[in-house]
Design a protein around this ligand. Structure first.
Ligand code: GLC
Length: 740
């Protein structure tokens, strides 16, 4: 458990209001049933018929006017006039598309994420949306999984901080505000740990991994009063999450006091038949609602009938209906079910464009830089002609996964470059497509490099290769992009690679030939502008990797917060024949042979979690700790160990530093991770200036799950804190925790 996953002090009201109680008492079984479903959007007339028949929640029908028409049916043409919930996947923007969540995580800037979520909420609510199926709180160690783009990476603390920020952003104005929508933490739980990184696949994890890793971000969301939680498609140890009573009801509702609604994922109830745990829909419905599901999503309106619910205790059904009515009440829908159609936001404004453009730049990560970046900010003889190549040279596909057709489009990098720097002659030759196995265009690109001062290679994955049902078995750049990069490297012309992708990539086959590489992810509506801002130094690519970049897909899962194992390797393996005469040499660990590594691959990742650093340079002073020791009781009582560090900007340009604080538990009752992030701060420091960064280490930062205690505990002993700008560039200080 960590700071962001402290026990929830808040949660939606568990006490039913008078209105909710009176409505439930008056409702027929069929009316109750109608409140417990959200249906996909068939055509408008069919939707109106379903609403007239009692349906209580719909997917957004794509305009405030269409929402108002359906709200009028619900309010004026049904016996009880209960208004509708209107749901939609507002994942990283509604009209103004923000960088994908993984890019937002890379900014290590939860405050920015909160602003982006607030912008999305304002735009969505203006169109009549009142409920988003976001944020995705799933941690994953597996970049083969296409949905890593929708989450915040591999780390518990970072994901918890980002998830909490998103809930605050969506709901912070107050659910009845016209700038708020109900947040849904999804997909509860473990979805990102699918075997093989294959979407929807089997998950089997220990209670400890559940408690210390997978559940933590959801606990952070509940602590911020997330209105809903979505059950995930996967099983855990053979139990589908849609029927997992211990986790849905035992942990989420009872242990954490979650007062909102648990919504199923699309057809998650119907999927129970394929899982092999229900013989028919009625059984599936009974299993799901008994386990704690409150609202079924979109798959079984015909079969989800009063008979199916009749098999359930009335109290369970009434609890589910009460939760739904309480959310509608919190959203102010009984008082004001209608949107003002004239206020609907359908286009980005200047402010919203500025915000997402800045967010995209802040999420950029400088993987490597030989000093080529930033490019000269003004006209200079050394930069007269630039060749722009790669599939992202002209592509406008920058929005990333989970954007709908009504999201504001992006421009191309080539277009923005030409507009921004008329003093430079830009030649544009994409050379290869994203995924075609056609390298014929590379020769022309190579020839063109002879006449330019610099080549800008714009490479990556198209949006369609990440997101739901988009797992990849091969993490390299698709198509013939790697050939293009190698061919350009061979010319000796200076070049920069800009990557736009929705997951960590394997770059091993070209990265050593590329002296300067920027990870820009899928940056949204203003992605091209943000990339150009970074290239010319108007913005500082000070982001850090929220997820490990492997050397090979064969290393996956690979993550920084791993156990040390009993035989950690210090040297890479070898394919050469080694003669080990156990009789002569004994079963010793001969030259690190018998250690955890691959014979055919270097140790460790290509780029580790937290990797990155902007254009400025910083010096870190020695960290200082406030006390050498603290007791468990003092920690439980709210005490803290403070650690501070002085950061100096030693460069001639303002810049951001991301100071990270990791904890190492030297000896524990269960094998501890080698390190865990427990805090971070992104700090802007002016050229030549200093800044003091202070962290406070509290009980929740040190507590980890104990199977023996069946709870989070802080064990007495020695702890080491590691502070620095990157995981592999830290300084350590120690303190001890005493038993009493
Ligand atoms: C999808 C996704 C879920 C989304 C839902 C509604 O299958 O798993 O994240 O919110 O359906 O679109």
């Amino acid at each position: 458990m960590n700071a962001a996953s402290a026990a929830p002090e808040k949660g939606l009201a568990m006490i039913a209001s008078d209105r909710a109680r009176q409505l439930v008492a008056r409702m027929s079984p069929a009316e109750k049933l109608g409140q417990l479903q959200i249906v996909f959007r068939p055509d408008q007339d069919e939707m109106a018929d379903r609403v007239r028949a009692g349906l209580g929640a719909i997917f957004w029908p794509r305009s405030a006017r269409a929402v108002n028409a359906l709200q009028r049916v619900a309010v004026e043409e049904t016996r009880l006039g209960i208004p509708l919930l209107v749901g939609l996947d507002v994942v990283h923007g509604q009209r103004t598309i923000a960088p994908v969540p993984l890019a937002q995580a890379a900014a290590f800037d939860p405050e920015m994420a909160e602003h982006l979520a607030r912008l999305a909420a304002r735009e969505a609510r203006s169109g009549g949306v009142t409920w988003t199926f976001s944020p995705m709180a799933d941690i994953s160690y597996d970049p083969r999984w296409g949905r890593v783009v929708e989450g915040y990476g591999e780390d518990v603390h970072l994901t918890s901080r980002m998830t909490g920020a998103m809930v605050r952003g969506y709901q912070g104005a107050g659910l009845s505000s016209d700038a708020a929508i109900a947040a849904t933490a999804k997909h509860f739980v473990g979805y990102g740990f699918a075997e093989g990184g294959r979407d929807y696949n089997t998950v089997d994890v220990s209670e400890r991994r559940l408690r210390d890793v997978l559940l933590a971000p959801f606990r952070a969301a509940v602590a911020e009063s997330a209105a809903a939680v979505m059950a995930s498609f996967n099983t855990i140890a053979g139990t589908p999450m849609h029927t997992h009573r211990r986790l849905l009801t035992g942990v989420l509702k009872e242990e954490w006091g979650f007062g909102g609604i648990i919504v199923g994922d699309a057809e998650g109830v119907r999927n129970l038949l394929a899982h092999g745990v229900a013989g028919n829909i009625a059984d599936a419905v009974r299993l799901a609602y008994s386990a704690g599901l409150d609202v079924e999503m979109g798959g079984v309106p015909g079969e989800l009938n009063a008979d199916a619910l009749a098999a359930l205790p009335a109290a369970r059904i009434d609890d589910a209906v009460t939760r739904v009515l309480m959310l509608k009440e919190a959203l102010g829908l009984f008082e004001q079910p209608y949107s003002n159609e004239g206020d609907e936001i359908t286009e980005p404004g200047d402010d919203s464009r500025r915000l997402v453009r800045r967010a995209a730049a802040r999420g950029s990560v400088l993987l490597k830089n030989d000093g080529t970046l930033p490019l000269p900010a003004s006209s200079t003889a050394s930069l007269r002609r630039v060749l722009v190549t790669g599939p992202y040279a002209r592509s406008t596909d920058h929005l990333g996964a989970w954007t709908q057709s009504f999201g504001a489009p992006a421009r191309s990098i080539a277009e923005v470059l030409a507009e921004r720097r008329p003093d430079i002659d830009f030649a544009v030759l994409p050379g290869v497509d994203f995924t075609d196995d056609d390298a014929a265009g590379i020769e022309e690109v190579v020839a063109a490099t002879a006449d330019v001062d610099l080549v800008l290679v714009c490479a990556g994955e198209p949006s369609r290769l990440s997101g739901e049902a988009a797992s990849r078995s091969d993490l390299r750049l698709p198509g013939r992009q790697e050939d293009l990069i190698r061919a350009i490297a061979a010319t000796g012309t200076p070049f920069v690679v800009v990557l736009e992708n929705g997951r960590p990539l394997v770059t091993a086959d070209w990265i050593d030939q590329a002296p300067t590489v920027v990870e820009a992810w899928h940056g949204g509506t203003e992605a091209a502008e943000a990339i150009v801002d970074v290239l010319f130094g108007d913005e500082d690519p000070a982001g850090r990797l929220p997820m490990t970049f492997p050397r090979s897909v064969g290393q996956v899962p690979i993550y920084y917060a791993h156990e040390n194992t009993g035989r950690p390797a210090s040297v890479r393996g070898s394919m050469d024949s080694t003669h080990v005469d156990i009789g002569l040499d004994g079963p010793a660990n001969v030259q690190d042979k018998y250690t955890s590594k691959y014979l055919d691959l270097d140790l460790g990742p290509q780029f580790c979690f937290g990797h990155g650093g902007g254009y400025a340079s910083f010096a870190h002073g020695a960290p200082r700790i406030s006390v050498p020791s603290i007791s468990v009781d003092e920690l439980r009582a709210g005490g803290a160990v403070a650690v501070d560090i002085e950061i100096a900007n030693t460069s001639e340009r303002d810049g951001d530093e991301v100071v990270q604080l990791y904890v190492e538990d030297i000896v524990a009752s269960a094998a501890p991770p080698v390190r865990r992030l427990i805090s971070f701060e992104r700090r802007s420091i002016a050229a030549g200036e200093n800044a003091a960064v202070v962290f406070e280490v509290r009980w929740s930062d040190l507590a980890q799950w104990s199977d023996a205690e069946g709870a989070d505990v802080v064990e007495p002993g020695l702890f080491r804190l590691h502070l620095g700008p990157r995981l592999d560039d830290t300084q350590a200080v120690e303190f001890s925790v005493s038993g009493r």
